[in-house]
Write a protein that binds this ligand. Structure first.
Ligand code: URA
Length: 209
C-alpha cells in the first residue's frame, strides 16, 4: 500500500500477537506496549539524516555522525498515544513532546478536541505522531490538522494497528504523511473497532471500561 510501511520485525509481530490475546493482563499489555514502542521507534527513525561532528576519542580526533537538525517532536494523541510515547522517549530522550487531546464520540465516531500543546519551531522539526490504533482515522486526521496549523510540515504517523478504511480516510486528507504500522488488519466493525484488533487500546492499557 502506498505511503504505508508495515513493520514486520519478528519481535514486533510476536509481541503484537500477545497483546491481541484477550487474556493478556493490564500489566502485561502495558509492558508489551512499552517494549514494542522501542522497536517501532527504531524503525520509524531508521532513515533520519545524519551530519558529521568532530569528536576526540581517547585515541584520536575523528569525524563521527550525529542526528542532523532540530530535536524531534513526538506528538501523542491522548490518551492511548501515551502508551507508545514512554518507550519512544527512552530511545530518544531529547525529543520534544506535543500532547493532542482528541476523543472519539462513541455515537458519531467523530473526533472531539479538548487539549493541545506543542513545542516551538514546529516547522523545522520532524514530528512523529503516535496513536496505537488507526481506526476511522478521524482522531489522527484532526490531530494532524492541528499540528499543521501550528506549522508542522514534516510528519510521520506511527501506530500499532491500522484498518484499511482508516488508512484510506487518512491519506485522502493527509497524503503527505507516511504511516508506519505493525499490522493492517481486516476491517472496522459497525462500532468503529478494528477487527480482529486488540479491543480498546486505552482500556486495555489502563484497566478501564
Ligand atoms: N480505538 C481502539 O482503542 N480500538 C479500536 O479497535 C479502534 C479504536
Amino acid at each position: 500500500m502506498d505511503g504505508v510501511t508495515v513493520i514486520n520485525h519478528p519481535l514486533v509481530q510476536h509481541k503484537l500477537t500477545i497483546m491481541r490475546k484477550k487474556e493478556t493482563s493490564t500489566a502485561g499489555f502495558r509492558r508489551l506496549l512499552r517494549e514494542i514502542s522501542v522497536l517501532l521507534c527504531y524503525e520509524v527513525t531508521r532513515d533520519l539524516e545524519l551530519t558529521m561532528e568532530t569528536v576526540e576519542t581517547p585515541l584520536e580526533t575523528i569525524q563521527a555522525p550525529v542526528l542532523e537538525g532540530k530535536k524531534l517532536v513526538f506528538a501523542s494523541i491522548l490518551r492511548a498515544g501515551n502508551g507508545l510515547l514512554e518507550g519512544m522517549l527512552e530511545l530518544v530522550p531529547s525529543a520534544r513532546v506535543s500532547h493532542v487531546g482528541v476523543y472519539r464520540d462513541h455515537e458519531t465516531l467523530e473526533a472531539v478536541e479538548y487539549y493541545f500543546k506543542a513545542p516551538e519551531a514546529m516547522a523545522e522539526r520532524l514530528v512523529i505522531v503516535v496513536d496505537p490504533m488507526l481506526a476511522t482515522g478521524n482522531s489522527s486526521i484532526a490531530a494532524i490538522d492541528k499540528l499543521k496549523e501550528r506549522g508542522a510540515k514534516n510528519l510521520r504517523f506511527l501506530c500499532l494497528l491500522a484498518a484499511p478504511e482508516g488508512i484510506k480516510n487518512f491519506h485522502a486528507v493527509h497524503p503527505d504523511v507516511p504511516i508506519y504500522t505493525a499490522s493492517i488488519d481486516s476491517h472496522l466493525n459497525e462500532k468503529g473497532y478494528i477487527v480482529p484488533g486488540l479491543g480498546d487500546a486505552g482500556d486495555r492499557m489502563y484497566g478501564t471500561k
